[in-house]
Design a protein around this ligand. Structure first.
Ligand SMILES: [Cu+2]
Length: 170
C-alpha cells in the first residue's frame, strides 16, 4: 500500500517539475481549487495588464473538431477591461461561451464580451465561462502549446499560451 502511494507521489512530482519548466513564464505557489489544477499551476503576466493562470485547452476527441479553453484572468489595472474577441490559428472560429441550466440540462451560448472588473478577476472553467474552439484544424494533443489572442474593446491584444490537457481531466 505504502509503495503505491509513494509511486503516485513521485509521478505527481515529476509532472509538476515538467509543468513548471517553462523558462519564459512566471510561476507562483499552489492555490488549487479544481482537480485539474492540482498538478498544473502556471502564471502568465501579459502586457502588465492581465495575469492569466492555468490557461489550458481540452485535447480533441478523434473526429470531433471542437475544444474548449479555460483560465483565470485577473485585471491588474484600476479600470475595468472588456474582452470582445478571441482568435487562434488552431480553429476557424474562437468564441466566448457560457454554460447555463435550461430545463434542468446544461446548455451553452455565445457571450459577446468578458468583463473583468478593475483589480478583479474572472474564471473560465468547466460548466461556466469558457473559450470555444470551433472548426479545429488539427487534432489537439496533450502537452501541446497553443496561442490564443484576446482582444479588448480598445483594440489592445493579449497573447495567451494554453497547454493542451488530456480529456480525462475534465
Ligand atoms: Cu461552448
Amino acid at each position: 500500500m505504502k509503495k503505491t502511494v509513494l509511486s503516485i507521489a513521485l509521478a505527481l512530482a515529476a509532472f509538476q517539475a515538467s509543468a513548471h519548466d517553462h523558462s519564459t513564464h512566471d510561476h507562483s505557489g499552489h492555490d488549487a481549487t479544481a482537480a485539474d489544477t492540482k498538478t498544473y499551476h502556471e502564471v502568465q503576466s501579459i502586457n502588465d495588464v492581465l495575469t492569466v493562470e492555468n490557461a489550458r485547452a481540452k485535447a480533441t476527441i478523434p473526429g470531433v473538431k471542437v475544444s474548449a479553453g479555460y483560465m483565470k484572468i485577473t485585471n491588474d489595472t484600476d479600470e475595468p477591461i472588456r474582452l470582445v474577441e478571441a482568435n487562434s490559428s488552431i480553429a476557424k472560429h474562437t468564441e466566448f461561451h457560457r454554460m447555463f441550466m435550461r430545463d434542468s440540462q446544461m446548455a451553452m451560448r455565445k457571450v459577446d464580451a468578458l468583463e473583468i472588473p478593475a483589480n478583479g478577476s474572472i474564471e473560465l472553467k468547466p460548466k461556466d465561462y469558457h473559450l470555444m474552439f470551433m472548426g479545429v484544424k488539427e487534432a489537439l494533443k496533450p502537452g501541446q502549446e497553443i496561442k490564443v489572442t484576446l482582444v479588448a474593446d480598445n483594440g489592445e491584444k493579449f497573447d495567451v499560451q494554453l497547454t493542451v490537457m488530456p480529456m480525462t481531466k475534465y
